[in-house]
Design a protein around this ligand. Structure first.
Ligand code: ARG
Length: 412
């Protein structure tokens, strides 16, 4: 890493051990001024007043300015809604909660850095994860003039060194849940490190923060009805509300039933495999409900193609390529398909599981008159003769020709 000259740095600051050490370290090491930026993405769900403490902590550690920005609405409308519309479960299970949050953080840190006249930004990502890719690609694309500092790599300290550094510099360390490295926002929570790094070990209950243990899950199932307007969550149980409110309310119901616990062997952008655990209660329900509704209003061809587009969208959003022009094109397609994704899905929540049990839409392509097995169906069954004749033509011929070829080969 070449040493760079920087004068004023906007630090993406969570108030945790890593970024707290960074606040001091950058001042000392670069002799630079620090502006801190803390994004409120709904991570301090249990105690939002913590943001005040984080700001205090930054000021006490010598920050010349501190920004805490409430990004919850923007996060939902511009980042989570696209995840829902794209049915985005990376590798089948992870709804990109950390991933899309990073793009919004990158967008805002650039705004603040430019406003404050900073010549650099700094973040607490390591050299092993995906976040470095997401943040750096974004910042380098929109503000190539800004330098990017990555103290986690530059300073060569391990966790123990950081503790010592913090003690030496009077940085207060909270000892709550320090076993795990976590990331949290209103769309999900991830936990890594400690025993979770051993994929052959069952993740212990203490690595969860939102979901109750199985013994406490209710013995009665609960059915909830999620409404969508053009693919956007718009109501719960016949009550209209904003997408943000739907997420908040569904979260509360889902955690009770233990919905949305995920563990997966994840393929990171840089090629490493990592064992990840997540709590994604609202995401599990809303994406499943959306997908069921979308499938109901789309043709067979649309459903087939949308699955491929969703897959590509999800991988690019995961990998750090949010600003790639292809994403605009994929979004245009996703939005076009979602124009008719209006209606509702009902899900049954029971003992850690959410399953879609019914759906309805004014644009549903299901036609009872055609589909019914009753004799009064209006479907003309004799039309199938001609269809099968032509539809199977190429396969029939191919099969017969292959048999002939096999016989010829046997004769040789
Ligand atoms: N593997 C997930 C992702 O790449 C979660 C990462 C959690 N990040 C973190 N800094 N703890 O999106």
């Amino acid at each position: 890493m070449t040493e760079q000259q920087v004068k004023k740095v906007c630090l993406m600051y969570s108030g945790g051990l890593d970024t707290s050490c960074m606040l001091k370290w950058i001042q000392e090491h670069y002799n630079a001024e620090i502006v801190t930026f803390t994004a409120d993405l709904g991570q301090e769900m249990i105690d939002p007043s913590r943001f005040k403490q984080i700001e205090e902590k930054a000021k006490n550690a010598g920050a010349v300015a501190s920004y805490t920005v409430d990004l919850k609405e923007e996060f939902v409308n511009e980042y989570i809604v696209p995840v829902i519309k794209s049915n985005a479960f990376y590798q089948g299970s992870y709804p990109l909660s950390t991933a899309v949050g990073r793009y919004l953080i990158a967008k805002k840190v650039v705004e603040i850095a430019l406003k404050e006249g900073c010549d650099a930004v700094a973040h607490g990502s390591t050299g092993k994860g995906n976040d470095q890719v997401r943040l750096d690609v974004y910042v380098k694309a929109v503000a190539p003039q800004l330098k990017i500092l990555r103290p986690m790599i530059e300073w060569g300290m391990g966790r123990d060194d950081e503790m010592k550094y913090a003690q030496k510099h009077g940085i207060p360390i909270s000892n709550q849940n320090k076993k795990y490295s976590t990331d949290e926002n209103l769309w999900g929570r991830s936990a890594e490190c400690d025993i979770l790094e051993h994929p052959n070990e069952v993740p212990p209950q203490d690595s969860l923060e939102w979901l109750s243990p199985p013994e406490q899950w209710p013995d009665e199932p609960e059915i909830i009805k999620i409404h969508f307007n053009q693919g956007i969550p718009s109501g719960l149980n016949d009550e209209d509300m904003s997408a943000y409110d739907v997420i908040e309310k569904v979260h509360k119901i889902a955690v009770k039933h233990g919905i949305g616990w995920v563990q997966s062997m994840e393929d990171r952008t840089i090629g490493l495999k990592s064992r990840e655990t997540y709590e994604v209660p609202a995401a599990e329900i809303l994406i499943k409900g959306h997908k069921a509704l979308e499938k109901y209003v789309c043709t067979k061809e649309e459903n087939s193609f949308k699955t491929m587009v969703d897959q590509k969208w999800t991988e690019m959003a995961y990998e750090g390529l949010w600003l790639d022009p292809l994403m605009d094109a994929l979004n245009a397609f996703v939005n076009e398909v979602n124009k008719k994704a209006t209606g509702w899905a009902k899900l049954r929540l029971f003992k850690g599981k959410a399953e879609v049990v019914a759906q309805d839409s004014p644009y549903g392509l299901y036609d009872l008159k055609l589909a019914t097995y009753d004799t009064d169906s209006s479907f003309n069954q004799t039309a199938s003769y001609g269809f099968i004749e032509l539809f199977g033509l190429s396969t029939r011929m191919g099969y017969q020709m292959k048999q002939r070829a096999i016989k010829d080969l046997e004769k040789e």
